[in-house]
Ligand binder design. Structure first.
Ligand code: HIF
Length: 285
């Protein structure tokens, strides 16, 4: 008890929290061997509810802890990520859930080889479900470019930022018991790279023959997938121009992704005026 109290009084060293999250990532029994992708999805779904017109939603509050937001279809499977972070919340009780989830997105991206993403603490948790956002604020994977623009413009993003963010689908996979879709987007789903853009352009994407929802598979191997919303990025002239740029220039992708992901994680957060912007070192291997 007294040790806990002493720890709670000590100012939080966020690099220590970073390292603790980094240590929890690898698990050879889970998916492709890492919880990194599902943590990125948690951080994004917590933030992507933001509506710039009403100032509601966003990562502040961590309202996905509560019903009904935890039960929204788009959030299926994210209890895996929230439960993984619970022991870290216990170990560092001063950090808010909302800061912890957002920091976990940064850790996962950096530890999987992505860019350094500057991060600020200062999010506060909501006490009740009253702050939960209505269902339908996150994108619907079965839809195309008009829908993507509606959803991401509502958060305050432009076309170039939408495409930069989309590169995160280099990571992870779809699960039939979560979204109904199946498979990874790339051959290296635990490595952050520009391969999502390269594959979008280089592969022939054909309809998957199955009884599940409409999705594409690569004709060559049948082992990769694209959602209708992913293919929208090459069926729209403006989006496609950015896809081609990021496929060619990984450094440009990394720089633009870091800026867009930081913006995503900060949407609607009323940071204290003196909140420092932090950058973290990768945890020692
Ligand atoms: Fe995803 N996304 N996302 N996504 N997403 C899934 C999984 C991941 C969309 C739909 C899905 C972004 C945008 C969009 C990640 C990160 C980001 C799944 C599969 C679906 C259906 C869930 C499952 O079955 O487990 C749509 C329609 C988006 C608008 C284009 C972001 C840009 C790419 C904002 C983003 O960062 C990650 C990581 C995963 C993998 C999760 C996993 O458990 O492996």
């Amino acid at each position: 008890m007294r040790a806990d109290a002493a720890r709670a009084a000590k100012p939080l060293n966020y690099q220590e929290v970073y390292n603790a999250i980094a240590e929890a990532l690898d698990n050879s029994d889970y998916d492709d061997g890492s919880y990194g992708p599902v943590l990125v999805r948690l951080a994004w779904h917590a933030a992507g509810t933001y509506d710039k017109n009403t100032g509601t939603g966003g990562s502040n509050g961590a309202t996905m802890r509560f019903n009904p937001e935890s039960a929204h279809g788009a959030n299926a499977g994210l209890s895996v990520a929230r439960d993984l972070l619970e022991p870290i919340k216990k170990r560092f009780p001063q950090i808010s859930y909302s800061d912890l989830w957002s920091l976990a997105g940064v850790v996962a991206i950096q530890e999987m080889g992505g860019p350094t993403i500057p991060w600020r603490p200062g999010r506060k948790d909501a006490d009740t479900s009253a702050a939960c956002t209505p269902d339908g604020r996150l994108p619907d994977a079965s839809q195309a470019h008009d829908h993507l623009r509606n959803i991401f413009y509502r958060m305050g993003f432009n076309d170039q930022e939408i495409v930069a963010l989309a590169g995160a689908h280099a990571l992870g996979r779809c699960h039939t018991d979560r979204s109904g879709y199946e498979g990874p987007w790339t051959f290296s789903p635990t490595t952050f790279s520009n391969s999502y853009f390269k594959l979008l352009l280089s592969e022939r994407w054909v309809d998957k023959k199955w009884s599940g929802p409409k999705q594409a598979v690569d004709k060559a191997t049948g082992s990769l997938m694209m959602l209708p919303a992913d293919l929208a990025l090459i069926n729209d002239r403006v989006f496609k121009k950015h896809v081609a740029e990021y496929a060619k220039d990984e450094n440009k992708f990394f720089a633009d992704f870091a800026a867009a992901f930081k913006k995503l994680e900060e949407l609607g957060v009323p940071f204290p005026e003196n909140a420092p912007t932090l950058t973290f070192n990768r945890a020692a291997a």
